[in-house]
Design a protein around this ligand. Sequence first.
Ligand SMILES: Nc1ncnc2c1ncn2[C@@H]1O[C@H](COP(=O)(O)OP(=O)(O)OP(=O)(O)O)[C@@H](O)[C@H]1O
Ligand SMILES: [Mg+2]
Length: 293
Amino acid sequence: MQDQADGLRRMTGKNSTTKPSRKTKTIVVTSGKGGVGKSNFSLNFSLALRQMGFQVGILDADLGLANLDVLMGVTAPYNITHLISGQKTLKEIILKCPGGVFLIPGGSGIVSALIDERKLRVLLESLPVLDEYFDYLIIDTGAGINKQVLSFALAAEEVVVVTTPDPTSLADAFNIIKVIHRGSADLPIGVVVNQADSTRHGEEVFSKLHKVSRNFLEKDLYLIGIIPFDTTVSKAVRAQVPLLLYEKNAKSSLAIKRAASDYLMQGNLKASIPGKEAGGLKSLLGKMARMLR
Ligand SMILES: Nc1ncnc2c1ncn2[C@@H]1O[C@H](COP(=O)(O)OP(=O)(O)OP(=O)(O)O)[C@@H](O)[C@H]1O
Ligand SMILES: [Mg+2]
């Protein structure tokens, strides 16, 4: 463990002897419908936070179809499967990526049913070593509600639900919000409206979702940001360069950077809820371990 901590210290340049260690804030990015832009949002929101001076890790928790390495144009020699099987340590699988963020690569082609609870626990038990090095850990999940996504979401400090203005995406977003809310009523839930035609349209979409959530769940949602439909996103995907590095002034890039700075200004959604368990990766682990018991 000491070796692993030393390696991370060198990689992040964070020195726990000179700086008070901070707990990592865990943010789970999820959606009801697939293909709405979670992975691109996770990646570029992480880069935006990094550009504002934070140390950020991204966990590719889409265990069946992990693709953040592809979006970043990096080759991940090892991934979560090597960690779970005990062949590699977290330090050995973690990758420093363009733009200065750190990726914990997921394993593509894993049949998610094969990730049983014991294996998931192995992954989780290795995470707390990151606590003093990362300010944020963004967890990109697969679409839809399954036990793994739900346990990640319920254990995190914040959840971001990505939706498009498409009515089916919105209906699925509400369904996942409902399930998360049932599991943890206090958990702050933020919303990203992606692929919006205009800011006004995005705001209308958010306010519709917020209204339904207030009426049926008495749950407030937070608007993280509205990201316009922008062909630059798919161009960046094809170039395998993260959008923010591909074209920093594209309208979608500017919207994501604005979302990150608004997020920080708002004090990270509702940061501290009285009586809520302290944050950090040890806390994530503890909560997930209880859920998996
Ligand atoms: N703001 C946007 N404007 C235009 N196209 C976009 C935008 N965001 C995402 N896309 C398109 O949607 C595709 C899917 O995005 P992404 O892989 O981020 O979705 P996802 O929600 O992570 O998908 P999955 O559910 O499969 O994990 C991208 O390859 C891109 O072509
Ligand atoms: Mg994805």
